[in-house]
Design a protein around this ligand. Structure first.
Ligand SMILES: Cc1ncc(C[n+]2csc(CCOP(=O)(O)OP(=O)(O)O)c2C)c(N)n1
Ligand SMILES: [Mg+2]
Length: 808
C-alpha cells in the first residue's frame, strides 16, 4: 500500500481554532476564568478516574492514593466539559433554559465534574459536599462498587440520557424540546455514535420541531476523531462532505476546530452565541408571524483531539488525539513509578491550587461562572421531568366502548374505538400529550385522532395532500418511518414529564428492542432514587399482529417482542393482551394514568368478536385474568380440563374449541380462563402483578390438564409459569414460525393454535377421552383438513368456520 499522505490541515484536530463564526466575544479576564473552570472540570474528571485519596494533590502523589481498579472513560470527557462550560456561559449571558445531553455518556466524568462544581451534585448528594472531604467521596464513588456508574446514569443530576447505548441522543433531545417553547436542548453526539443507524436517521428531528410551540435542539457533533480503537468515519472525510451532509439534512453547521484552548474558547463562545441568536431569530419570526416553518436550525461541529489536554504521548504511544485516550490512559500507574509521575504532572498541570481553596471548594471567582438555581444544567427541572408532570385530563373511557349484548356474537375493529378515545385524550391535553407512529396510525385504525390534531409536517406540501393525508404545521401526531427516532422522541417526552402513545406493527417492534431495554433499565434505577419524581409511562401498542397478516405474510409475523419484555425488571414492565374493544379501552385508560412503567399492549386492529360488556371488561381487566363462567361447564366441581387463552385470536379459537367439545362431550367439565395481564402467570414473588400460588392453583388446578392458546411464542408461558405446581400439565400452543400469505384460520391451523387442534389437545389430555374421543378427533381432523383445502381453493376461510359465533 502506498504511504498515506498526511491528513489535510482542514481535518486536523490540532492547532489554533478554526471556526465558521469568527470574533472574540470574551474579555481576557472572562477567557482566563472560563479556561480555569474547564481546567477544574478536567482535573475532576481525572480525580474521579484515578484517586481514592489526596484529592487536591496537597501531598506528592503515591500509589496508595490511586484506586486499585481504574475504570471509566477519559477521552470524551474534556470535550463534553468544554461544551458544558460554554453552555453555562450562554445560559448566564442570555438567561437560557438549557438541558444538556451527552450522547457519549461514557464521558460522564466530563459531565459530573461541572455538575459538582456548580453545586447541583452536592445538593442532591450532601455527602459529596463542596469541600475536601466531599470531593474525595465524589472521586471515590465514581465507577466504584456501591457507588455510581461510569455513564450519565439516572444518578446524575441533570441527566435524562445515560448514553450507555449510543445512538439516541438527538431523538431524546427532540422529545424533550417538544412543547417546551423556551427550552434549548444541547445534545452532544459522538462522532462514533454518529455512525449508528438510530443517530444517522435522527438528524431528521429538525423536521419535527415547530418553532412556535417547541423548543430547540442544538446538536454538537463531537468530532474527536476516534471511537474505542478506530478512527471515526466523520473525522476522516473531506471537510466539504461534512458540511454538505449537514446542510443536506437541513442544519446550518458551524465548525469549531482546533486544540489551542485560548482561541478555542473564543471560537466556541462566539459560535454558541451565534447559535442562540439563530434559534431565537427563527423562533421570533415564527412566533410573531404565527406561521410555523422549518428553520435551518444551527448546529455545532466541534472538532477537538480525543483526550484533549492529556500528555501528547505516553509509554511511546500517542495519547492526546488518539483512540488510546478513550478509557483510562496510563492504566499501570500503581505499579509503574514513571507513569505515576506522568499522571501527577498531568493533574498538576491543571493547577488545582489555583482552582480550589484550602478547604477544597471552587474559588469564588470561578464559582460565579455557573448559572444559579434551576438555571444550572444539573438542577434543570426538565431533567427531573416528574417534577413538572401534570396528570392527563382523561375522558371517561367507558363511553367509547361497543355494546355487547350477547358475548361472542358481534364483531368490531378493536383499535378503532381506541383511536376515538385517543382523539379525546388529545383534545383535552393539547399541551402535554402526543401520539407517535411509523406511518401507521391510519393503518392501525387510530385515524380518529386526526380529527383533533394532524400529523406534524413543516416541509413542502402538494395540493393532493389535502385529500386525506392529514398534514398540518401544528399537528401533534408524529409520524416518521423510523421506529428508533419515534421511540427516542417519546422517551424524551415522558422523561420531561409529558405523556404519549406509540403504536407499531408487532413484527417491527423488534426494531426498538434495544431501546426498550435501555429505557427499562433507566426506570429500574430511577425507582431507587428518591429525588427522581416519577414520570409518565411509555405506552406501546403492538398491533397488526402475527395472526392477521393478511396483506403481508411471513415477514410480518413475529410476536417475539414480549419475550424481550419479560427479561426486564418486574417493577417497570407490564404486558396486556386485551381480547376485545372494551377490555382494550380499559387497559389503555389504566396505562395512560400509570407512571414509571413500560406498558406493552397487544391488540389486533381487524374485525374481531366482542366478548365483554364494558362493566365486565372493567372487572376482568382489574383482575387481570379470570374464569369466563358462560364458557365454562365445571361450576360446582372440579374441571376435567382448563382451557386458557391470552390474545384476541387465541380467545376466539379457544372458545370455538370449547363449543366443539361441548357438543361432542356434553358432560365434559371445562373451565375457561382468559388472561389479559400476562404477568399474572408469574408467582407474586417474581412480579408485583403475579398470582399467589393459592390463586393460581385454584384457577388452573394442581393436577388437571391445561391447554393454553397464547398469542405469542409458546415457551413464554412456560417461562412465566414454570414454578407452578401444575406446570407439568400445562400444554401451550402459540406461534411457531409457520406462515405465509394465509387466511386467518389457515394460519392458526399451521401453527396449531386453531380450534380443531385445541379441541384435539383436550381429547389427548383428558384421560377418559383419550380413547373414547377417537371419533370426535377424527371429525375435528377432517374439518381441519376441509378448512385448509377450502382456503387453498378459494383464498378465504370456509364461511361456516369464519363466521363462527358463540352459540350459548
Ligand atoms: C450502540 C453501541 N454500540 C457500541 C457501543 C460500545 N462503545 C462504547 S464507546 C464506543 C465508541 C464511541 O465513540 P464516540 O461516539 O466517538 O465517542 P467518544 O469518542 O466521544 O468517546 C463504542 C463503540 C455502545 N456503547 N453502543
Ligand atoms: Mg469520538
Amino acid at each position: 500500500m502506498p504511504p498515506s499522505p498526511a491528513a489535510p490541515a482542514s481535518i486536523s484536530a490540532f492547532g489554533p481554532a478554526r471556526s465558521t463564526v469568527t470574533g472574540s466575544p470574551l474579555s481576557a479576564d472572562e477567557a482566563r476564568k472560563i479556561d480555569a473552570y474547564w481546567r477544574a472540570c478536567n482535573y475532576l474528571a481525572l480525580g474521579m478516574t484515578y484517586l481514592k485519596a489526596n484529592p487536591l494533590l496537597k501531598e506528592p502523589l503515591t500509589a496508595e492514593h490511586v484506586k486499585d481498579r481504574l475504570l471509566g472513560h477519559w477521552g470524551a470527557s474534556p470535550g463534553l466539559a468544554f461544551s458544558y462550560v460554554h453552555l453555562n456561559r450562554a445560559i448566564k449571558a442570555h438567561d437560557l433554559d438549557v438541558v444538556f445531553m451527552a450522547g457519549p455518556g461514557h464521558g460522564a466524568p466530563g459531565v459530573l465534574g461541572p455538575c459538582y462544581l456548580e453545586g447541583s451534585y452536592s445538593e442532591v448528594y450532601p455527602d459529596c459536599s463542596e469541600d475536601e472531604e466531599g470531593l474525595l467521596r465524589f472521586f471515590k464513588q465514581f465507577s466504584f462498587p456501591g457507588g455510581i456508574g461510569s455513564h450519565c446514569t439516572p444518578e446524575t443530576p441533570g441527566s435524562i440520557h445515560e448514553g450507555g447505548e449510543l445512538g439516541y441522543v438527538l431523538s431524546h433531545a427532540c422529545g424533550a424540546a417538544f412543547d417546551n417553547p423556551d427550552l434549548i436542548v444541547a445534545a452532544v453526539a459522538g462522532d462514533g455514535e454518529s455512525e449508528t443507524g438510530p443517530l444517522a436517521t435522527s438528524w431528521h428531528v429538525n423536521k419535527f420541531l415547530n418553532p412556535i410551540r417547541d423548543g430547540a435542539v442544538l446538536p454538537i457533533l463531537h468530532l474527536n476523531g476516534y471511537k474505542i480503537n478506530n478512527p471515526t468515519i466523520w473525522a476522516r472525510v473531506p471537510h466539504d462532505e461534512i458540511e454538505a451532509f449537514f446542510r443536506g439534512t437541513g442544519w446550518t453547521p458551524y465548525f469549531v476546530e482546533g486544540s489551542d484552548p485560548a482561541t478555542m474558547h473564543q471560537a466556541m463562545a462566539a459560535t454558541v452565541d451565534k447559535c442562540v441568536a439563530d434559534i431565537r431569530a427563527a423562533q421570533q419570526q415564527a412566533r410573531t408571524s404565527g406561521e410555523a416553518f422549518r428553520p435551518r436550525w444551527p448546529m455545532i461541529v466541534l472538532r477537538t483531539p480525543k483526550g484533549w489536554t492529556s500528555p501528547s504521548d505516553s509509554g511511546g504511544h500517542k495519547l492526546e488525539g488518539s483512540w488510546r485516550s478513550h478509557q483510562v490512559p496510563m492504566a499501570n500507574v500503581k505499579k509503574d513509578k514513571s507513569r505515576l509521575k506522568e499522571l501527577e504532572d498531568w493533574m498538576r498541570g491543571y493547577k488545582p491550587e489555583e482552582l480550589f481553596d484550602a478547604a477544597g471548594k471552587l474559588v469564588p471567582e470561578l464559582k460565579a461562572l455557573a448559572p444559579e438555581g434551576t438555571r444550572r444544567i444539573g438542577s434543570n427541572p426538565h431533567a427531573n421531568g416528574g417534577l413538572l408532570k401534570k396528570a392527563l385530563r382523561m375522558p371517561d373511557f367507558r363511553t367509547y366502548g361497543v355494546k355487547v349484548e350477547k358475548p361472542g356474537t358481534t364483531e368490531a375493529e378493536n383499535c378503532k374505538p381506541l383511536g376515538v378515545f385517543l382523539r379525546d385524550v388529545m383534545k383535552q391535553n393539547m399541551q402535554n400529550f402526543r401520539v407517535f407512529g411509523p406511518d401507521e396510525n391510519t393503518s392501525n385504525k387510530l385515524q380518529a385522532v386526526y380529527e383533533v390534531s394532524k400529523k406534524l409536517w413543516l416541509d413542502e406540501t402538494f395540493p393532493e395532500d389535502a385529500d386525506g393525508t392529514e398534514l398540518a404545521t401544528d399537528g401533534r401526531v408524529i409520524e416518521m418511518l423510523s421506529e428508533h427516532t419515534l421511540e427516542g422522541m417519546l422517551e424524551g417526552y415522558v422523561l420531561t414529564g409529558r405523556h404519549g402513545f406509540f403504536s407499531t406493527y408487532e413484527a417491527f417492534a423488534h426494531v426498538i428492542g434495544s431501546m426498550f431495554n435501555q429505557h427499562a433499565k433507566w426506570l429500574t434505577i430511577c425507582n431507587h432514587l428518591s429525588w427522581r419524581a416519577k414520570v409518565p409511562s411509555v405506552n406501546l401498542l403492538i398491533t397488526s399482529t402475527v395472526w392477521r397478516q393478511d396483506h403481508n405474510g411471513f415477514t410480518h409475523q413475529d410476536p417475539g417482542f414480549l419475550d424481550l419484555v419479560v427479561n426486564k425488571n418486574a417493577g417497570v414492565t407490564r404486558i396486556y393482551l386485551p381480547p376485545d374493544v372494551n377490555s382494550l379501552l380499559s387497559v389503555a385508560d389504566h396505562c395512560l394514568r400509570s407512571e414509571n412503567y413500560f406498558n406493552v399492549i397487544v391488540s389486533d386492529k381487524q374485525n374481531h368478536l366482542q366478548y365483554l360488556s364494558m362493566d365486565d371488561a372493567i372487572v376482568h381487566c382489574t383482575k387481570g385474568l379470570g374464569i369466563w363462567a358462560k364458557a365454562s361447564t365445571d361450576q360446582g366441581g372440579e374441571p376435567d380440563v382448563v382451557m386458557a387463552c391470552a390474545g384476541d385470536i387465541p380467545t376466539k379459537e379457544a372458545l370455538a374449541a370449547t363449543d366443539m367439545l361441548r357438543k361432542e362431550f356434553p358432560d365434559l367439565k371445562l373451565r375457561f380462563v382468559n388472561v389479559v395481564d400476562l404477568f399474572k402467570l408469574q408467582p407474586d414473588t417474581e412480579h408485583p402483578h403475579g398470582l399467589s400460588d393459592r390463586d393460581f392453583d385454584s384457577l388452573f388446578t394442581t393436577d388437571k390438564p391445561v391447554v393454553f392458546a397464547f398469542h405469542g411464542y409458546p415457551w413464554l408461558i412456560h417461562r412465566l409459569a414454570y414454578r407452578r405446581k401444575n406446570h407439568p400439565n400445562l400444554h401451550v400452543r402459540g406461534y411457531k414460525e409457520k406462515g405465509n400469505i394465509n387466511t386467518p384460520l389457515e394460519l392458526a391451523i399451521q401453527n396449531q393454535i386453531d380450534r380443531f387442534t385445541l379441541a384435539m389437545d383436550v381429547i389427548d389430555r383428558v384421560p377418559r377421552l383419550r380413547v373414547a374421543g377417537a371419533h370426535a378427533k377424527e371429525k375435528f381432523r377432517n374439518e381441519q383438513i376441509a378448512c385448509v383445502n377450502y382456503s387453498h381453493e378459494h383464498g378465504v376461510d370456509k364461511p361456516d368456520a369464519a363466521s363462527w359465533k358463540w352459540p350459548y
